[in-house]
Design a protein around this ligand. Structure first.
Ligand SMILES: NC(=O)c1ccc[n+]([C@@H]2O[C@H](COP(=O)([O-])OP(=O)(O)OC[C@H]3O[C@@H](n4cnc5c(N)ncnc54)[C@H](OP(=O)(O)O)[C@@H]3O)[C@@H](O)[C@H]2O)c1
Length: 258
């Protein structure tokens, strides 16, 4: 059991069918939250829900395509039918476009990455905020998953890095605008952790050299995100809004002379 108490919290997590979101659902449920898992691959969501229930947690799977406003509304409707009003939203769904520069991508790449990683955060947060207001939810809370690439990057991470720059900026602007509804908005900005999003880089020939650029000399593990996630999801961070927490082994402060 975590030292952060999430009893009484109902938390929706986008992109919960794999990677971070799949892990987050278990961590948040272990801390006492009711969790709603959203993504397109509902078979994977259902498997994860069964694992969480078997461990004594409360969870439900709801289909979600974060690029589609009708799907976003249907997700919240289904979640509320199951668990009532939602307190916390984790905007985690995201994709990469492959190792492509701005010259290499086409319009479909741009639209797909920006719609999935950036526009979705606005659409999900807007729908969440409308429901926080409607149901008079106290302590609304949005956690966005940004990235180290919001400010630092390498060649070939366009438009992913552009989208994450937008997620960090959106976190700050939304924090300002959401405060009047009692909603806090913060972000996690992880460095590199092996998942389908980062596989193309972390399993490439360049991986050992890349790892040397991280002051702590290792890529991250899912568990490295647990403390910051639980803190943001809990009332321990009640006076935090507009913050972006880096979890990157010091990668962002790498020496300029490397
Ligand atoms: N791994 C890293 O090193 C790293 C570092 C910094 C930030 N991040 C960020 O962490 C987040 C999670 O990524 P990950 O690394 O865990 O990768 P992942 O394992 O590929 O997970 C991505 C998740 O996003 C979901 N998703 C993609 N498109 C979606 C859509 N249109 N609608 C709903 N869900 C969608 C996927 O589910 P379905 O395909 O089933 O829909 C999947 O569950 C992303 O925002 C990523 O940018 C990752």
């Amino acid at each position: 059991m975590s030292s952060f108490d999430l009893n009484g919290k109902t938390i929706a997590i986008t992109g919960a069918s794999s990677g971070f979101g799949h892990h987050f659902a278990g961590v948040l449920a272990d801390a006492g939250a009711k969790v709603i898992l959203g993504a397109r691959r509902t078979d994977k969501l259902k498997e994860r829900v069964e694992e969480i229930k078997a461990a004594g947690g409360e969870a439900v799977a709801c289909p979600l395509d974060v690029r589609d406003s009708a799907s976003v509304q249907a997700f919240f409707d289904a979640a509320e039918d199951e668990f009532g009003a939602i307190n916390v939203l984790v905007n985690n769904a995201g994709i990469e476009s492959g190792a492509k520069t701005y010259l290499m991508i086409d319009e479909d790449d741009w639209d797909n990455v920006l719609d999935t990683n950036l526009k979705s955060v606005w659409m999900m947060s807007k729908a969440f905020t409308e429901r926080v207001i409607k149901h008079e939810v106290a302590g609304g809370n949005i956690i966005n998953i940004s990235s180290l690439t919001d400010t630092r990057t390498i060649k070939g991470q366009f438009p992913y890095a552009v989208s994450k720059g937008g997620v960090t900026r959106m976190t700050e602007v939304m924090a300002l605008e959401a405060a009047r509804y009692g909603i806090r908005v913060n972000a996690l900005a992880p460095g590199y952790i092996l998942t389908d999003v980062s596989r193309i880089l972390l399993e490439s020939e360049a991986a050992p050299t890349f790892r040397k650029a991280i002051p702590l000399r290792r890529f991250g593990d899912f568990e490295d995100l647990d403390g910051p996630l639980l803190m943001l999801a809990s009332d321990s961070s009640a006076y935090m809004t507009g913050s972006v927490i880096r979890i990157d082994g010091g990668h962002a402060v790498q020496s300029l002379t490397m």
